[in-house]
Design a protein around this ligand. Structure first.
Ligand code: HEM
Ligand code: HEM
Length: 201
């Protein structure tokens, strides 16, 4: 497919042994989603206009991210990180043995979490929108699904942050800072990079 050839698109400059992994669209998407979910869960009154517009903004961010997953930079593309079951299985085994390799993009377990979170965000946004439609007026299941999606996102986000901290310690790098700057330590040794031409030079 396109992934390897498109990985050779103009690479970012290398500096101090780091490379650009997460482009600005990925980073902006991530922190907008975090802000939107957090404010809708804890600050914005449920169902009120601010809550609805923030929810739509999250949906829009997800839509842009999905397009970017096909057309974006090398590590942003779904083709770079959606794992084959076999790769997920072997990563799972190495994780249990505490010998998991370092990935430059999302590792297979992280990729499953990313896709699950994105699907739940869509479910939450769509069921929020459905609550305002005459066709679904007063249907309790729509509210229930909306609520369940929101609280599952919250729970999985907790696991996701703990996993990011664990991987940061394991591979001696700050993955959270990388999601802010976009940069990670350049690959070496047994590190796995599915888009080796990206982010360098
Ligand atoms: C990031 C996306 C969103 C999150 C995390 C979120 C989260 C929540 C939460 C936690 C509740 C309270 C549920 C409960 O305890 O009963 C709620 C309620 C509600 N949300 Fe959202 N929401 C999102 C998007 C939306 C959108 C896009 C809309 C509409 C356009 C919407 C409309 C509503 C309405 C009408 C309620 C009140 C439901 C009820 O009466 O129980 N939400 N939302
Ligand atoms: C509502 C809360 C959150 C949601 C829904 C969420 C969702 C996501 C998604 C969808 C990605 C994939 C990014 C992409 O490829 O576009 C991601 C990556 C990431 N997120 Fe979050 N996130 C949340 C909170 C956080 C928080 C609070 C932190 C850190 C304090 C964090 C740290 C990271 C890191 C480090 C990555 C990259 C992981 C890797 O290197 O594979 N996330 N997150």
């Amino acid at each position: 497919m396109w992934s390897q050839s498109r990985a050779a698109t103009p690479p970012a400059a290398q500096s101090g042994g780091t490379i650009t992994v997460w482009d600005p669209v990925v980073r902006l998407f991530h922190w907008l989603v975090v802000a939107g979910v957090t404010t809708n869960m804890f600050l914005n009154e449920e169902g009120k206009p601010v809550h609805r517009w923030v929810g739509y903004a999250v949906l829009l961010a997800v839509l842009v991210r999905v397009i970017w997953g096909v057309a974006g930079s090398a590590h942003a593309r779904f083709a770079d990180f959606i794992p084959m079951p076999s790769r997920l299985w072997s990563y799972g085994k190495s994780l249990l043995a505490r010998r998991e390799p370092r990935y430059i993009g999302h590792n297979p377990a992280a990729a499953v979490m990313m896709v699950t979170l994105i699907l739940l965000l869509v479910l939450c946004g769509v069921t929020g929108w459905m609550q305002g439609l005459d066709a679904f007026w007063g249907m309790l299941w729509v509210q229930d699904v909306h609520k369940a999606a929101a609280y599952t996102i919250l729970a999985l986000a907790g696991v996701h942050v703990l996993a990011a901290i664990r991987e940061s310690v394991r591979h001696r790098e700050n993955l959270i800072w990388s999601m802010i700057t976009g940069r990670k330590r350049a690959p070496s040794g047994s590190d796995i990079d599915h888009a080796p031409a990206s982010g360098r030079g």
